[in-house]
Design a protein around this ligand. Structure first.
Ligand SMILES: *Cc1c(COP(=O)(O)O)cnc(C)c1O
Length: 350
């Protein structure tokens, strides 16, 4: 059966009339704008923020398009990837009826957004080596399963999910497969972006929050087929990306070289940190990582977490998370920060 995204969309979303803003309705050239009740004089800032931003962020999308090789009409921009995750639920999942599948341990926002939208979450834990359990996933899928979230590289485990397994999902699942590539810049595994033309049910999430160093700006990207992107645009708030973010993101995307240098240094530092962590007497396992953090299993991890906090070094305690007992998630810092972390750990005594 031919994949048609309309068959997955909630009836109310299909039927609704989207908000039409003043800037939406006019598309020509003009010099006097008296259509949007803005302050025509200016704003009390050096930059003029008195005008509403471009609702579809076309200039920014063209810039992203040239970097990512994805046409602008296949891009949605959100207030962080978290906005895209939330919109997926609102567009596709009927509260109290539909369900989604996630693979714990994984990123927390999928479940938070599901609960917020009263959508059931089916959890199919990763295998011991943090890969997909395809048999169990097949059993979990039912007629009301709309979305499957694959986080690769996965947070908090750090590994990439086997490509062939993801392709099995893309080829066999009638709903949408969302691949969250927040950490793709650090990965040896390649992005699924080239596969967008092949799979109409593929949605890829990326973000400026990690490798791009712009977590404070809040800009997430979703790449998908045009029918999916059109629904995102229908449901999003009209001005979801503010003018300052659009301008600053365009500027930042012109500075790829410093981003590439940081990424390279982070990957090198990760190797050094892995070696040093392995030398510690209380380290039990250092998991391989395709991301900018390491999951490490340590004897009495909670105590080590508290010891480090006492020294002003904050890592993430994941020891209560499924398959992560006694594990800490450590973000790769600057060389100096990593050195201080290792010094602190070396002087730890239980
Ligand atoms: C950090 C992270 C994000 C980023 O979310 P933003 O809202 O874009 O900051 C998305 N997915 C995963 C798995 C993450 O770890």
């Amino acid at each position: 059966m031919e994949f048609n995204v309309d068959n997955l969309v909630r009836e109310n979303i299909k039927k609704m009339t989207p908000y039409s803003s003043a800037r939406h309705e006019f598309s020509g050239t003009a010099t006097i704008f008296l259509d949007a009740n803005e302050n025509s004089f200016g704003s009390p800032l050096p930059e003029n923020y008195n005008r509403y931003p471009d609702p579809l962020q076309l200039t920014l999308k063209e810039k992203i398009s040239s970097i990512k090789g994805v046409p602008a009409q296949n891009i949605f921009l959100g207030n962080g990837s978290d906005e895209a995750i939330d919109l997926l639920f609102r567009i596709f999942c009927e509260p109290g009826k539909d369900n989604v599948i996630i693979f714990p341990p994984t990123y927390g926002m999928y479940e938070v957004c599901a609960e917020m939208n009263a959508v059931k979450v089916k959890k199919v834990p990763l295998t011991q080596d943090f890969q997909l359990n395809l048999g169990a996933i097949e059993e979990a899928i039912d007629a009301n399963t709309k979305l499957i979230f694959v986080c690769s590289p996965n947070n908090p485990t750090g590994n990439s999910i086997n490509r062939d397994d993801i392709e099995v999902l893309l080829n066999n699942f009638d709903g949408l497969v969302i691949i969250d590539e927040a950490y793709i810049n650090y990965a040896k595994q390649k992005t699924f972006i080239p596969e967008l033309t092949e799979y109409a049910n593929l949605v890829i999430l990326q973000t400026l929050s990690k490798a791009w160093g712009l977590a404070g700006l809040r800009l997430g990207m979703a790449f998908a087929g045009e029918p999916v992107i059109n629904y995102f645009n229908k449901v999003k708030y009209p001005y979801n990306i503010n003018t300052a973010t659009q301008q600053l993101a365009i500027e930042a995307l012109g500075n790829i070289s410093s981003v590439n240098n940081w990424t390279k240094t982070t990957v090198e530092q990760k190797g050094l940190l892995q070696e040093e962590l392995l030398k510690l007497p209380f380290t039990q396992y250092v998991y391989p990582s395709d991301a900018n953090f390491i999951l490490v299993k340590m004897r009495a991890a909670r105590n080590i977490y508290e010891y480090l906090s006492g020294k002003g070094i904050i890592v993430r305690d994941r020891s209560k998370v499924i398959l992560c007992d006694d594990s800490l998630r450590i973000t790769i810092g600057t060389p100096e920060e990593n050195k201080q972390l290792i010094e602190a750990l070396k002087s730890y005594t239980a």
